[in-house]
Design a protein around this ligand. Structure first.
Ligand SMILES: NC(=O)c1ccc[n+]([C@@H]2O[C@H](COP(=O)([O-])OP(=O)(O)OC[C@H]3O[C@@H](n4cnc5c(N)ncnc54)[C@H](O)[C@@H]3O)[C@@H](O)[C@H]2O)c1
Length: 345
């Protein structure tokens, strides 16, 4: 039970193991949840202020981001994701990102759970990517050749979600600057039963030219793909890492984002395109516009979807996990967490 105004508030801690158990194999359900949540957000039934970036002069490649949010509808929960990105972790054998999610009760504001959230974050990112791949391929031939550009944890989750939502591919291309990453991802693909179709490319150009659906999940801080001719076959691009494509490529393509104000910030490629042109004319709309039928996605240009990633999705997935763990009777409540509850002692 979450805290309410007439009962003693409780506080639970949910481990990564519990989160994974609640989400594993539920790709279709989670994509549906992401879609419902994103529709609520697009309809204005959310509060999703800009993410706050904490950066460090002594650790310039690292950051910690706060994503406060509130979502309405049936979910009705507030909260905040606090997520670190320390890219040097990977060489030391630790994942780049680590995170917690705090859920706050809608009626009392009391925090009622703290969840391990690197899995929740990767899950909602992959769910959004799979949902976007589906919506954006409705007006064009459904891609049969997928290319993963940058193959860490997020690429693995996106592949899992594409597969779990009935995508099948004739060819799976892989490109990464690090041979270890490409090998690791290939190993994952082999274990997932996709071994026969896999090609590891030794150049970015070859991967892009060989793929109709391209997933960018690098950690590039500034654009490193500049050549528009690589995209002349008009692929669908899920630009999840947000900073890979030069403004020229953005300007030569049809562009969609998840949320305009969020995405045109923090030197993302669409933000650089806005700085270059002084306007937002290059934006066709949001995925929400496409879903509502107020924007169309022409198939005669490359289509780039740049999702900034919304805190409301973390909340929805986090609340789903909380409910599942509660239903299973496995909620680990911290006794006496809220202690000073009588006003005058
Ligand atoms: N938009 C969103 O909602 C959202 C959400 C979560 C993560 N992300 C982003 O996804 C990206 C990937 O995250 P991750 O956890 O998988 O990281 P990771 O460190 O596990 O993997 C990144 C991989 O990209 C490779 N890489 C880096 N630069 C490259 C380049 N120029 N060309 C080719 N490969 C390159 C690295 O070698 C590494 O294997 C990050 O940028 C992260 O910020 C976006």
């Amino acid at each position: 039970m979450t805290s309410t105004s007439n009962s003693t508030p409780t506080f639970a801690v949910i481990s990564g193991g519990q989160v994974q158990h609640a989400l594993q194999g539920r790709e279709k359900q989670i994509v549906k949840l992401a879609e419902d949540t994103y529709r609520l957000h697009s309809a204005g039934d959310s509060v999703n202020p800009p993410s706050y970036f904490l950066r460090f002069a002594d650790r310039p490649t690292s950051r910690i981001i706060a994503l406060p949010a509130s979502i309405g509808g049936q979910i009705k929960v507030d909260g905040i994701k606090w997520i670190s990105s320390f890219p040097e972790n990977v060489a030391a054998g630790l994942p780049r990102a680590s995170a917690v999610l705090i859920l706050n009760d809608h009626d009392t504001g009391y925090p009622f759970a703290c969840l391990e959230s690197s899995i929740i974050s990767a899950t909602r990112t992959a769910a959004m990517a799979a949902m976007a791949a589906d919506w954006f391929s409705r007006g064009r031939q459904r891609p049969k050749r997928v290319g993963f550009f940058g193959v860490g944890l997020i690429a693995r989750y996106i592949h899992t979600f594409l597969k779990g939502t009935d995508w099948s591919f004739d060819e799976i291309g892989v490109f990464d600057l690090l041979a270890d990453s490409a090998d690791g991802f290939r190993g994952y693909l082999e274990r997932s039963g996709a071994a026969k179709q896999v090609t590891v490319y030794d150049s970015a150009e070859k991967l892009i030219r060989s793929s109709d659906l391209i997933v960018f999940a690098t950690i590039a801080g500034e654009p490193h793909v500049h050549d528009m001719s690589w995209f002349k076959h008009n692929p669908l691009v899920l630009h999840v890492s947000l900073r890979d494509l030069s403004p020229e490529i953005i300007l030569g393509s049809t562009n969609f984002v998840d949320d305009v104000e969020h995405c045109l910030k923090a030197n993302t490629s669409p933000h650089l395109a806005e700085q270059r042109t002084g306007n937002r004319d290059f934006l066709q709309g949001t995925l929400g516009d496409l879903m509502a039928g107020t924007a169309t996605a022409p198939a005669d240009r490359p289509l780039i979807f740049s999702p900034f990633g919304l805190g409301v999705l973390d909340l929805a997935v986090g609340k789903y996990v909380y409910d599942e763990v509660t239903r299973a009777g496995e909620l680990n409540v911290i006794e006496d967490f809220f202690h000073e509850l009588k006003r005058y002692g």
